[in-house]
Design a protein. Structure first.
Length: 130
């Protein structure tokens, strides 16, 4: 629930409160060994950094989220990090890496039949420069 509150605070333009919430989620999930929860917390922190224009911090958090998703063995957990990670890659000037990540993740989402996530990834891919 705390993750949802933190996400709502980010959406409402309260980055400091959102970051505090995501850090609390991260601390709790580190203690419990919950890789999916750690990934979600890092996705939130990465989005906050991206919103603030800090591409380097966004990449650090989102690459960590991606790695946690990979370690979890759950394709969906990893896929959730793809769209914000692609945006961070694009913000850092690496459009080819963003495109490759989105295309790879889209293929997985098609296999999983994860339609809402697939739609978000397709939209992000369509926004990339050619």
């Amino acid at each position: 629930m705390l993750r949802w509150v933190a996400d709502a605070q980010r959406t409402l333009g309260r980055p400091a409160e959102a970051a505090a919430g995501f850090r609390e989620v991260l601390a709790h999930t580190l203690g419990s060994g919950d890789l999916a929860g750690q990934s979600a917390a890092r996705i939130g922190l990465g989005r906050i950094a991206l919103d603030a224009g800090d591409a380097a911090e966004a990449l650090r958090q989102l690459r960590a989220a991606d790695e946690l998703g990979r370690r979890s063995g759950q394709s969906l957990v990893r896929a959730l990090a793809a769209e914000p990670l692609a945006r961070a890659l694009l913000a850092s000037g690496d459009a080819p890496a963003a495109r490759a990540l989105l295309e790879e993740t889209l293929a997985g989402c098609r296999r999983m039949e994860a339609r809402p996530l697939r739609a978000r990834l397709e939209s992000a891919l369509a926004e990339l420069p050619a």
